[in-house]
Ligand binder design. Structure first.
Ligand code: BGC
Length: 457
């Protein structure tokens, strides 16, 4: 259990894993280097009109070539952990079958460098970039994908598990289904009412199959990463309460209930109507594998009201007056982080939890001035959210670590390079990295084990 003592010099428990997070397609660049296959995100970004300003991940932060420098940067900021993702298409260019040793070697070198610098790796197997060859076979709609994913996972475990102590199977499956299969704003760009629950189910089966493959290798530290956005009712009116429950089922419980409880939330049929399929009981057994931790990505909340026009949940968010909003339009609501951590802990039997993403895009000056980038809004966001995480710890949540999103400004999916989430500024013309004030702030929080937040002052 978490240490909830009142020691002002050491407000977070010893061993708390302070880190930051990134994802392959968002930072690496060189997507086709050294024999890598094409990913669906490479294809999507190269489809005219899909990404802001025609941006692509072709160069991104050039991390594929600058990884040493980036690891040194993390070390200079005192990071103890680093969450990165593996591009499946580098490892298995066709998604299955032939292994590409050069692709695997990239992650092998990265892991060694992290460990040499005292940084614990957390590797995510799927952070949205799927081999295009698999997408051509139906991607997440094809039931065979659970086996393909397990095959890929096995190759990676065998290579890296002797040094990687924390594994995440999937990143935010809800976003993949909602953005990729319902609204079409993310790869693979489908807009279907029927596909999202099918994609969700096969994502979950793939997760289960990868956990099984992991256990077969005798390992013991694997989890899943989900985005949780707490839903608060706009009023106590029964219609708003029902819409809030549906929104919560769709976004938050659709993934964790099957993983922990072996069933989908009762509201799913109401949400999807005749688009909701029945699934065999053995699928639910596959999905319900014991996992070792849950990763929670938290950015914002939603105050929900009934809205008959909005499919599938028939509910929509009510903008809050006087709220601070980030550059992506998300309300800044730190209390929501305490709430989701307590909720996940209580609902799912107090599992170990990591905050695997939390951060904000704010307007930053386009270039560093005399080596400095002032980002006071991001500093305030981080301070408040870290205090909120600490509040959850003090209330008994088994919170093991916090990974800030993100180390570097990077390719923000459909928003291209227009939104900056980094605590390190990237000048995309020169690839110059400049730690922002928020990086210095976070470094101080880490160095003081949280005391710099003044949590207990
Ligand atoms: C994703 C990241 C993304 C971040 C900010 C999360 O949904 O996992 O890849 O950059 O949020 O939008």
């Amino acid at each position: 259990m978490a240490d909830t003592s009142d020691d002002t010099r050491s407000t977070f428990p010893a061993g708390f894993l302070w880190g930051c997070a990134t994802a392959a397609y968002q930072i690496e660049g060189s997507p086709l280097a050294d024999g890598a296959g094409v990913s669906n995100w490479h294809r999507f970004a190269h489809t005219p009109g899909m990404v802001h300003a025609g941006d692509t991940g072709d160069v991104a932060c050039d991390h594929y070539n600058r990884w040493r420098e980036d690891v040194a940067l993390m070390r200079s900021l005192g990071m103890r952990g680093y969450r990165f993702s593996i591009n499946w298409s580098r490892v298995l260019p066709e998604g299955r079958g032939r292994v590409n040793p050069e692709g695997l070697a990239f992650y092998d070198r990265l892991v060694d460098a992290l460990l040499e610098n005292g940084i614990q790796p957390m590797a995510t197997l799927f952070h949205w970039d799927l081999p295009a060859a698999l997408d051509d076979r139906g991607g997440w709609l094809n039931p065979d994908i659970a086996g393909w994913f397990a095959e890929y996972a096995r190759v990676v475990f065998r290579k890296l598990d002797d040094r990687v102590g924390l594994w995440a199977t999937l990143n935010e499956p809800w976003v993949v289904t909602d953005g990729g299969y319902l609204h079409g704003v993310l790869a693979p760009g489908h807009g279907s009412r029927y596909e999202p629950p099918i994609a969700a189910h096969h994502l979950l089966r793939a997760h289960g199959a990868a956990v099984q493959a992991y256990r077969a290798e005798g390992r013991n530290n694997i989890g899943i990463v989900v985005n949780i956005e707490p839903k608060y009712p706009a009023s106590q009116n029964p219609e708003d309460l029902a819409a809030t429950a549906r929104a919560d089922a769709y976004m938050n419980r659709q993934f964790l209930d099957p993983v922990f409880l072996g069933r989908y939330p009762g509201e799913m049929r109401e949400v999807f109507g005749n688009a909701w399929p029945e699934w065999p009981a053995e699928d639910m057994l596959l999905i319900r594998q014991a996992i070792d931790f849950v990763g929670i990505n938290y950015y914002t909340r939603s105050v929900t009201r009934h809205d008959a026009r909005r499919w599938p949940v028939h509910g929509s968010g009510v903008p809050q007056k006087h709220a601070t909003r980030t550059e992506t339009g998300w309300e800044v609501y730190p209390q929501g982080l305490t709430d989701v951590l307590k909720w996940v802990s209580a609902r799912y039997g107090q599992p170990p939890i990591y905050v695997t993403e939390n951060g904000a895009a704010f307007y930053d000056p386009p270039s560093a001035i005399e080596g400095r980038v002032e980002d006071p809004l991001r500093v305030a966001y981080l301070r408040e959210h870290l205090r909120a995480a600490h509040a959850a710890l003090r209330q008994g949540v088994d919170l093991r670590g916090y990974f800030l999103w993100s180390l570097l400004d990077n390719f923000e999916w459909a928003l291209g390079y227009a939104k900056r989430f980094g605590i390190v500024h990237v000048d995309y013309a020169t690839q110059q990295r400049t730690p922002k004030d928020s990086a210095r702030f976070y470094a101080e929080v880490i160095a003081t084990q949280g005391a710099a937040l003044g949590v207990n002052a």
